[in-house]
Design a protein around this ligand. Sequence first.
Ligand code: ADP
Ligand code: MG
Length: 259
Amino acid sequence: MTRFIAVVSGKGGVGKTTTSINLGVALKSLGKDCAVLDGNLTTPDVGLHLGVPNLPVTLHDVLEGRKSVINATYSHASGLKIIPADISFKALKKLSLKNLNNLFKGLKGTSEIVIIDCGAGLSKDVQSIMKFADEILIVTNPELTAVTNALKTIKIAEENNITTLGIILNRVKGIKGELSIKNVEAMIGHPVIGTIPETDDVRRSFNAKHPLVYYYPKSKASIAFKKLASGLIGENHEEDIEEKVGLFKSILLKIGLRK
Ligand code: ADP
Ligand code: MG
């Protein structure tokens, strides 16, 4: 059985691609066979995020019926599989959604989890691809515009009987004026299941052309992505717990309460 999880938002630039890739690596590190599909067909950027914008076979070749999805699947050093889309203007002009059915048929059974990195907003292509998901994760930032725009996306998911797994609150700075988790939950009507802090490690790993969770596994945002991944597959995040216990033990040792 393959779980198709769409990562969606209302507003653009809230962190969908960052979340898709890093959640994918986190799931992979927990032993799940996972692929990220670039479902942002008009402005794709999974390849850009990983420093491979020009891969020879892409999702667009699959949608045009020229290649099978296996030919358009690549492996990152982390073990995460990616299925990139074509970033060229030519591919955008030729884009046809007719073969989406075949694409998803071909994907069934190839991985345990397929994360679909969707485009922003609710254009026809976003809505069409979202319909193939079993579940959605809503990415938002703790600000009113991002939260308001997410509501429409959820409405579309509900109309298509897609389960909303919850909200990922990304780029949390913990500053005054930011919407709180409680506020966001009350406004959207779904629980916040992941809180990802704002950190410069995201930009640094982007510049290094690697997912944050792979490049800086100990970054606070990486730990948050791993926690989210554990929650999605119903496991405890042992590493984090071990780290805390380890730290506690070393403090006790330091103050002489433990040998
Ligand atoms: P989307 O896919 O929703 O358009 P991206 O994942 O491309 O958004 O992220 C938009 C920008 O925000 C990128 O420059 C990315 O590096 C940055 N970003 C995303 N999440 C974080 C974070 N937690 N901390 C700092 N920068 C972030
Ligand atoms: Mg994106």
